[in-house]
Unconditional design. Structure first.
Length: 67
């Protein structure tokens, strides 16, 4: 058992992981509350706080049509 990682102090927080967890939660809540089958890419970008200039506004980023 020489490869056991050292334990972190319990007050140490990984801010990136906490932010990802928060954003994932927001996506899950929005998806559960949505009346449509899928969230649009615009709605996802809004939830993730992504600006249009950052995502490129490319046509290939459109949500696929529901089957």
């Amino acid at each position: 058992m020489s490869d056991v990682p050292a334990h972190r102090h319990p007050t140490v927080q990984d801010q990136v992981a906490l932010t990802e967890i928060d954003l994932t939660g927001e996506l899950m809540i929005a998806a559960a509350a949505a009346s449509e089958d899928r969230l649009s890419t615009d709605r996802i970008d809004e939830l993730l706080h992504v600006a249009g200039a950052l995502r490129g506004d490319r046509p290939d980023r459109q949500a696929p049509d529901a089957p």
